[in-house]
Design a protein around this ligand. Structure first.
Ligand code: SF4
Length: 205
């Protein structure tokens, strides 16, 4: 029998006068009015059961993992998927720091003890060779990291160009973790051609 998932969170936003529903497994995020939120709160707090919901609502909640037969099964599925990807030699995921420099000086930063060095041409070529050596890999995912990677955007451009020219790579995706300070219109306009489709801005930094 379905029940509220422990991975579903219902959060009241006083600022927006609404509720948000988030599920950490499906990544679903819904904005809810107070009437819908009340029904879900009752479900979460066991004041009503899933059997009290109409079939469409039940199907929608189930599809998005808000309610589940078993949280343990959902967790086991995630673990299995993780192991499956680890054994799949067609996928490679690399985290690459074009530079260890940063334009901020956050007091808690573990990076501060690192030297302010930038990636050399030799290291760039070594990365390309490393990818080529793994000829079974056709699906490559790169996370640009730092320091602050935007401080050496030229390197991101040159290395991406070389990666895209590797014949065996059929699917290339990238993301960037940045403090966002260095963004400007020119850099933003280049993200698509560099296949950077996710940007994580570390607000604390
Ligand atoms: S923005 Fe990030 S890398 Fe830069 S100093 Fe702050 S925490 Fe460190």
């Amino acid at each position: 029998m379905k029940k509220w998932s422990r991975y579903s969170l219902l959060i009241e936003s006083e600022k927006h006068s609404c509720y948000f529903l988030f599920n950490t497994i499906s990544n679903l995020l819904w904005e809810l009015d107070s009437e819908s939120a009340k029904i879900l709160m009752d479900l979460r707090d066991n004041k009503i059961s899933c059997e009290d919901l109409d079939d469409d609502t039940k199907a929608l909640l189930s599809e998005n993992k808000i309610i589940t037969d078993s949280d343990d099964t959902e967790l086991a599925k995630l673990k299995l998927l993780k192991h499956y990807h680890r054994m799949d030699n067609s996928i490679m995921a690399l985290t690459i720091a074009p530079t260890l420099e940063c334009n901020l000086r956050c007091s808690y930063c573990f990076e501060q003890t690192h030297p302010n060095i930038r990636m050399s041409d030799e290291v760039e070529d070594a990365i390309v060779d490393f990818i080529k050596q793994h000829s079974s890999v056709w699906n490559l995912q790169v996370t640009w990291f730092g320091g602050e990677p935007l401080l050496y955007f030229d390197r991101i451009e040159s290395l991406t160009k070389k990666i895209l020219s590797i014949q065996t790579i059929k699917n290339y995706k990238a993301e960037i973790v940045t403090n966002g300070v260095g963004f400007n219109a020119e850099i933003i306009s280049k993200l698509i051609e560099l296949h950077i489709d996710s940007v994580f801005v570390t607000l604390d930094g």
